[in-house]
Design a protein around this ligand. Structure first.
Ligand code: IMP
Length: 422
């Protein structure tokens, strides 16, 4: 079944693990948005793989992985990632990795421009990953970006980089940030591109041929719905459409190719970077950090943690058309005695069951909670859904009812084997 896997919260929902689990029955795994701001951790047979741009299907033999046109690619970062994953024994060739020739390229100065924009925002910073994601998408939309296909025209690329470096240097100098030499940037980028060249292709006919041949397609979302540039907690969002629609615009496959949307969320909520977090809870954050959990895969930053927020999840299920929930990290709550679920937002005395658009309303939210008993036992050895303690099953059932979406999978630990089918 052709499936989109999408994050329903602020990223870091454990999508990599669910993608990895569902890849067994897929022929192709496709990334369609974001860049190396994403960090997917997959643990299999005791080996930990951290992936940023490579689709998780790279860890399996005989799967084709496609980095679609909607992704922004840092060529040097991708070359390093390929080398790192190859050093763990994975063989990467054009037979298992293709990169869209229409994908836009993150240039070294985009990362510094990301830092400059943050500096300009002062106390209103977004808390970006500083991977140059926003400035690269801005250039794409401003029609002054560079795509993989452009690298076959050396003079065009050299001229454009020279022009953009001059513009970027003016901004960077204003913030006392390092400036760039165009010739050095060109040298670095062309060297990385040459390493990637065998993988660069027109991926659209490849994807359509696979679809027509009834191969199974799996779209691996990055970040999450609340970081979507349209549906997220704007402006505290990333610069791409992280929701299900982005899978089509970011790959060239049409909506009718999609048969299922699995929405991944944690059994609680986490967020990194700045922005509103109505159910954030210092006690739960300290507890989970104390267990060594909830440190970012890309930046190592501790994530803020909070109670399950079904106002956000209900909205996320709507805009993605989620057909089944994959709930991860249930085991993170194993020891808690009572659990809270946010069922609504009280904003100035009015109950809201969907998130507001107004920036100022976010700071006035008083979450309305329902309290459920915890299960206070170890779920990590459960191998079937009915093995879960009754209180855990009740928590999940309430969760699903509040989101209006059935549970499809439950994760009780990082290993591929610790994923239960509901
Ligand atoms: P950017 O994507 O680096 O521009 O960062 C914008 C916002 O998205 C920041 O709050 C980041 O922390 C957040 N963000 C970006 N990628 C991820 C991710 O993969 N997981 C969680 N948060 C992310």
């Amino acid at each position: 079944m052709n499936t989109i896997i999408t994050g329903l919260q602020w990223g870091d929902e454990g999508k990599g693990k669910i993608v990895d689990f569902l890849t067994e029955s897929a022929d192709l795994v496709i990334r369609s948005q974001g860049g190396n701001n994403a960090g997917h951790t997959v643990i299999t047979k005791g080996v930990k793989y951290v992936l940023h741009l490579l689709p998780s299907g790279i860890l399996w033999e005989h799967k084709l992985n496609v980095i679609g046109n909607g992704v922004v690619i840092d060529p040097g970062g991708l070359v390093e990632e390929i080398q790192r994953i190859e050093s763990l024994g994975i063989v990467i060739t054009p037979a298992n990795l293709l990169i869209s020739d229409r994908a836009h390229v993150v240039l070294p100065f985009h990362k510094e421009l990301d830092a400059a924009r943050e500096a300009a925002l002062g106390s209103h910073q977004i808390g970006t990953t500083k991977r140059g994601i926003g400035p690269t998408y801005a250039d794409k939309i401003n029609r002054c970006g560079l795509r993989m296909a452009d690298f076959n025209e050396r003079t065009f690329v050299t001229d454009r980089i020279t022009h953009r470096v001059a513009e970027a240097n003016e901004i960077l100098a204003r913030y006392a940030l390092p400036t760039f030499d165009a010739a050095t940037v060109c040298g670095e980028v062309f060297t990385a591109f040459e390493r990637l060249r065998p993988h660069v292709a027109n991926t659209i006919p490849v994807l359509h041929a696979a679809w027509k041949a009834k191969q199974t397609l799996l779209f691996e979302g990055a970040q999450g719905t609340l970081l979507d540039v349209d549906f997220g907690t704007y402006p505290f969002v990333t610069s791409s459409n992280t929701t299900a629609g982005g899978a089509c615009t970011g790959s060239g496959l049409p909506p009718l190719a999609i048969e299922r949307v699995i929405g991944v969320c944690k059994a609680y909520t986490t967020r990194v970077g700045a922005g509103p977090f109505p159910t954030g809870d210092a006690g739960l954050s300290d507890y989970l950090h104390g267990l060594g959990r909830e440190f970012g895969a890309t930046t190592g930053r501790p994530r803020g943690c909070g109670w399950l927020d079904t106002v956000l999840l209900r909205f996320a299920c709507m805009v993605n058309g989620v057909t089944g929930l994959a709930v991860t990290n249930l085991d993170g709550l194993d020891a808690y005695d009572t659990l809270q679920i946010c069922t609504g937002y009280d904003i100035d005395g009015t109950l809201h069951t969907l998130p507001p658009a107004e920036r100022h309303a976010w700071s006035r939210i008083v979450p309305v909670y329902e309290t459920l008993p915890g299960w206070q036992c170890d779920t990590t050895a459960c191998t079937r859904y009915p093995d879960l303690p009754a209180a855990a099953q009740r928590y999940l059932a309430r969760f699903a009812a509040l989101c209006g979406t059935p549970i499809a999978f439950v994760g009780v630990g990082p290993d591929r084997a610790q994923t239960l089918t509901a």
